[in-house]
Write a protein that binds this ligand. Structure first.
Ligand code: RP5
Length: 163
């Protein structure tokens, strides 16, 4: 099946964060593609990617970036698809710069902004399943199964001294 979720990031250095989104998409069985697309270094590629994504069958875009993180916002400006922004933890400002760059979109062009770093990447994949599940119910089922396993893992081992 062709990709339903496009995972893009500003640099290969974002992969250690964004790989968590991809791992979760794989766990949920959601077809996806992964690519480095930089708002600053490859702006023409970003426009092309965002403009063509819907016609290629992509239904959700996850965009991760760090620092002056323009990628999710510029991507959202060029597509009607939902864009989920993941702020990558930067070395200088610990990702607060990334978070504010992504979350503070002006009214009119939304980016659904997740938490900084690994948690945000994982949750972007889970949110993709929520969005896709409206049209493809089996992704809602995969999401519910994941959440049931997560609940069981807490209930089955509630002693904090046990690993
Ligand atoms: C952003 O600049 C990327 O998303 C990355 O988080 C940050 C640093 O990129 P590199 O200098 O590591 O390539 O565009």
């Amino acid at each position: 099946m062709s990709a339903l979720v496009g995972v893009i990031m500003g640099s290969k250095s974002d992969w250690s964060t964004m790989s968590h989104a991809v791992d979760m998409l794989e766990q949920l069985g959601i077809p996806h593609e992964v690519k480095v697309v930089s708002a600053h270094r490859t702006p023409d590629l970003l426009f092309q990617y965002a403009e063509q994504a819907a016609a290629r069958g992509i239904e959700v875009i996850i965009a991760g970036a760090g620092g002056a993180a323009h990628l999710p916002g510029m991507c959202a400006a060029k597509t009607h698809l939902p864009v989920l922004g993941v702020p990558v933890q930067s070395s200088m400002l610990s990702g607060v710069d990334s978070l504010l760059s992504i979350v503070q979109m002006p009214g009119g062009i939304p980016v659904a902004t997740l938490a900084i770093g690994k948690a945000g990447a994982i949750n972007a994949a889970l949110l993709s399943a929520s969005i896709l599940g409206g049209k493809h119910p089996h992704y809602h089922e995969a999401l519910q199964a994941f959440r049931a396993r997560q609940t069981d893992s807490v209930l089955d081992n509630p002693d904090p001294r046990q690993p």
